[in-house]
Design a protein around this ligand. Structure first.
Ligand code: GTP
Ligand code: SPV
Ligand code: MN
Length: 589
């Protein structure tokens, strides 16, 4: 007798019409085989799916070029399909589930003809964790199958775990013909289903990541009383050996991966990495907030990554303990057969192909690596990996950080007055847009909790959920906001960032443990300058002060923009957020 899972796979195969169906077991031997398959395959633009890199200097590393229109998330083609539009909210594109299903069936009929359909069984979260979820993704791309092996816990054991139940998260993925007019990423929270066609790019194609672990999981969290967030999970060890755990939300390409494994500029302090992109947080029996990282790998931005900015990521990429590491849309040094990107250490290679495979000339027009080019590598390669990473319970959180990319206005760090005010700090967050999604780069948009593209339901209800979670906790974490990106009159970053961010984390931990007193401002608490460790820091005092400046006049415009954003949510916006808004407006007068 076929299981429900087998029946579901068969049913999809009837629609997608693959030539072959292959059930993955998640083994290393299998990944090696799939790479060899990909080396012999070509995509629609004639690029091989995988290219072997220099195995002496980059052992177990492979190169992938995506379709040139398919290099970032496409938010305008991403839909959340609740039965009613209100539930999706103004923060999501919406389509009725029946209409969306019909559309996807039309686009998908026969889309896998002549191709192999890979069936990927995987877990989001450690299999022993009560918070983990069993999932199945179908895909017609070897690159996606291998990427999922790195990013999730893929194993044939998951098939046994699912048994003859319907208790699994479903993902259907095909690159179709890559036509951007026939590209959709559809979410069906009512049936734990993601259906994606026309894109092979990370967040559009690795369906366990943003699609399930944030958009669908945020809906589960609302129903079941937990939080699915776009957050780093990390431990900070002080010189006495005490480790405090924190989570931090920063929008795409705003510094999560760098923060998650920073090399401390302060002697005696050490960082332990648990996750660089997604946190699932539950209230523990002790009344604290506990976090797990549902993922098992890093899908990180390559440009800017170097021994200077993020030495621990460079070490992770060189470790190669877990097979394989992938480089997508970087430049390629044709003399050495090594990947290259803007900002990497060493001289600029003489002979290089750019991310589209064209000859690249230094000082010419475009960049060699696409600004959103990425590496995919197992977190088990990281020298900073926390020993708690596989703890099924997760880690208890002492502080939650919200951040954004703001060249003006926003101080380096602000502490909220209390939980509700902290939720407001997150809700009013803005950030200048980056290359992680297809849109104009560098314009300010509101991006509450770094979740604007990822919250799978009405954000008004989401803020209410955050307020409620706070009410249920006996020992809630303190909430902070940070901004590494403020610039001076010449447009240069004032704060050195990266390893020096430990100085801010130290203050945050000192505050979480009530070791130092803060200074009150209309927007929240900021540090007394004496409490920021500045030894070894090369910033003149007046610039340092500028980092904490709260200019009431400039804040006037900000408040007007926040109001406009909040207004969109109508009566879905919780009263608590307007209370905080009104208090801020009054304080600024
Ligand atoms: P996603 O994977 O898209 O979610 O991005 P992320 O939030 O993990 O961002 P990541 O750490 O990859 O950083 C993205 C960009 O921000 C890179 O170009 C970094 O060089 C830059 N960046 C990260 N941290 C800092 C910092 O502290 N200061 C400055 N000035 N830039 C930073
Ligand atoms: C992001 O854009 O926030 C990422 C990359 O982490 S993606 O997987 O495409 O979402
Ligand atoms: Mn991300």
């Amino acid at each position: 007798m076929a299981t429900q899972l087998e029946k579901w796979v068969k049913q999809q195969a009837e629609l997608l019409q693959p030539e072959k169906i292959y059930w993955c077991d998640g083994s290393e031997e299998e990944a090696r085989r799939l790479i060899q398959v990909g080396i012999k395959e070509e995509n629609i633009e004639g690029h091989p799916i995988f290219q072997e890199l220099n195995q002496k200097t980059f052992p177990n590393c492979y190169y992938h070029k995506s379709h040139h229109t398919d290099v970032a998330r496409t938010e305008h083609l991403t839909f959340v399909c609740h039965p009613d539009k209100e539930t999706a909210g103004p923060n999501n594109n919406w389509m009725h589930p029946d209409e969306a299903k019909k559309k996807m069936a039309e686009l998908s009929r026969g889309c896998m003809k002549g191709r192999t359909m890979y069936v990927l069984p995987y877990m989001m979260g450690h299999p022993d964790s009560p918070y983990a979820k069993a999932c199945i993704q179908l895909t017609d791309v070897s690159y996606v199958a291998v990427s999922m092996r790195i990013m999730t816990r893929m194993s044939k054991k998951i098939v046994d775990k699912i048994g003859n139940t319907d208790n699994f998260v479903k993902g259907i993925h095909s690159v179709g013909d890559f036509n951007p007019d026939r590209r959709y990423i559809m979410h069906f929270p009512g049936e734990n289903l993601v259906w994606s066609i026309g894109s092979g790019y990370g967040g559009n194609a690795l369906l366990g990541k943003k699609c399930f672990s944030l958009r669908i999981a945020s809906c589960l969290g609302l129903k079941e009383g937990w939080l699915a967030e776009h957050m780093v999970v990390m431990g900070i060890e002080d010189p006495k050996g005490n480790v405090s755990y924190i989570t931090a939300a920063l929008p795409s390409a705003c510094g999560k991966t760098n923060l998650a494994m920073l090399e401390s500029a302060l002697p005696g302090y050490k960082i332990w990495t648990l996750g660089d992109d997604i946190a699932w947080m539950n209230i523990g029996p002790d009344g604290r907030l506990w976090a797990i990282n549902p993922e098992a790998g890093f899908f990180g931005v390559a440009p800017g990554t170097s021994m200077k900015s993020n030495p621990n990521m460079m070490r992770t990429l060189q470790a190669n303990k877990f097979f394989p590491t992938l480089y997508t849309n970087t430049g390629l040094n044709t003399d050495t057969n090594e990947p290259w990107w803007e900002g990497i250490d060493g001289p600029v290679p003489e002979n290089m192909l750019d991310w589209q495979g064209k000859k690249w000339v230094a000082g010419g027009q475009g960049k060699a690596a696409h600004p959103n080019s990425r590496f995919t590598t197992s977190m088990y390669n990281a020298p900073t990996l926390s020993k708690e990473v596989d703890n099924p319970k997760g880690v208890p959180i002492s502080a939650v950080i919200f951040g954004g990319r703001r060249t003006h206005l926003m101080p380096l760090v602000v502490e909220s007055f209390n939980w509700q005010h902290g939720v407001f700090l997150g809700a009013r967050m803005g950030s200048e847009t980056t290359a992680a999604a297809i849109h104009q780069v560098g314009t300010l948009r509101r991006d509450p909790m770094a979740m604007l593209p990822f919250c799978g339901y009405n954000m008004g209800d989401y803020f209410g959920h955050w307020v409620n979670i706070g009410k249920k906790m006996k020992n809630p974490p303190k909430i902070f906001s940070v901004n590494w990106f403020r610039v001076d009159e010449e447009g240069k970053f004032i704060w050195p960032g990266f390893g020096d961010n430990i100085r801010v984390l130290k203050w945050i931990i000192d505050r979480a443990n009530n070791n130092v007193a803060p200074k009150e401002t209309p927007i929240g608490y900021v540090p007394n300058l004496k409490d920021i460790e500045t030894a070894g820091l090369n910033i003149p005092a007046n610039k340092l002060e500028k980092l904490f400046e709260v200019n009431k006049q400039e804040w006037g415009n900000e408040v007007a923009d926040i109001k406009k954003f909040f207004d969109q949510f109508g009566n879905r916006m919780p009263k608590e957020m307007w209370d905080e808004y009104n208090k801020l407006e009054k304080e600024l007068k």
